[in-house]
Ligand binder design. Sequence first.
Ligand code: PLP
Length: 488
Amino acid sequence: MMDMDRAPAAKGLTPLLKGLLSYHGENNALFHMPGHKQDPDGILSSILGNVLNLDVTEVPGTDNLHYPEDILKASQELLTKAMRSSESRYLVNGSTGGILSMVMGCFRPGDRVLVQRDCHQSVYNAISLSGIEPVFISPGNNEEFGISTAILTESLTKAIADNEGIKGLVLTSPSYFGVSPDLQAISDICKKNGIRLLVDEAHGSHFYFGDDLPNTAMDCGATASVCSFHKTLPSLTQSSVINLGKGASEEDRERIRHYLRVFQTSSPSYVLMASLEAARFIMETRGRELLHGVKAMAEEFSESIKDIPEIRLLKNEDLNGLQKDYTRMVLNTPLNGNVLSDILRREYGIQAEMSMGNNVVFIGSCFDNEGMYKRLSEALHDLDSKGMFNESTQIGNYEGVAKLPHPVMAIPEREALFKGWEIIPFEFAEGRISAERITPYPPGVPVLMTGELICGEVLEYLKNLEGSGANILKSRSDGTRNIAVIKK
Ligand SMILES: Cc1ncc(COP(=O)(O)O)c(C=O)c1O
């Protein structure tokens, strides 16, 4: 047997491996995805064992994800029961593949569909590919934290009344900040109006396994939903599930299954699927108890920083009746969130999930331990004692794209991608048609689509992001002052 050990990484011959081992070696407090938090107590590995022994292909006895009849069928039936759906299936390229499949499977080209304005880019991809006509609907917002929250029932009722022939609604629950809409009321409105409800539950998989958490899409009667198990539960990155609701028609289900075969690999990883099964098993057997533990740790943390008046944690009371996930901690301070996040990592070995405006977001999960929360609380007290929170570096309003005018597509993206284009300075771009996608990360919501008419507000928004530390992902131009537009 070859004695490879980890020497190639040390010699710089395998830079990826080297980087990953180095991050692991830093022993940071992991307040970010994936939910297994590198399995500190070995619970996940004790179930999965040597993952290489699980890495097989479709041979007799291992079944077939796309046409399950045997062990995958049995495993997905157990998943279906746990998710209280009519049918739940494993996804091996994240929630993205599920979102594409549910939108493509439920709507025809040209269908008018209500879409939450600040939905994740995967929903924008689904709009682009499916040819549906999106009618955007803005979520509510919280001025103090400078964040968007969730779709409000009154906005939904108005949007349905104002737009004829709406066929469905695609919304996010919960948001990256852990805020959920009143999903039961929204589902009731959709049912009353005979429209489908598709829910991006990427951040809400754990809601199915605990108490005192926001409602789940399946319990509220949604047509379909997608959950990134990997984000908040103990499964491997990229592993997600799609849930088809009890009210979903057989026609919708059949088309969704079709698109799952289109958008997913024909060589699905058994390691990912086994990790989904392990996560479901852990959560069904111990989830309630583990989530109680997370709640207690989050509450204790919240109490422990009460003596720092400059710091605020997002709470249910801030949300006008909307519900917040207690495992998601949104910390608002006078400091630029990116600066605070950098200091926490560099000086205290604490890695947050993301930062935006004056907020830093921390993801809690069942695999956390008290030490992590204590470390975070001590770091914040230390920074406070050094006067770090005394001066405000307020960096403007970052309610994201939710407050921008709704996009106007001049040319469908698929067509726009084939047009000639040029790069011009922002000053001359108003009224032109964008020849690129522009997506500030976080939170991964496109501000401009290829083929969209460029308005002044969007340019202003992008200019303001400069210096905020946000990573502005552009597909064709570089820098923050130029933009690719379709040639006249
Ligand atoms: C709200 C939301 N929806 C969908 C996705 C896509 O999920 P995945 O990374 O599992 O494909 C993300 C990813 O960050 C997300 O934040």
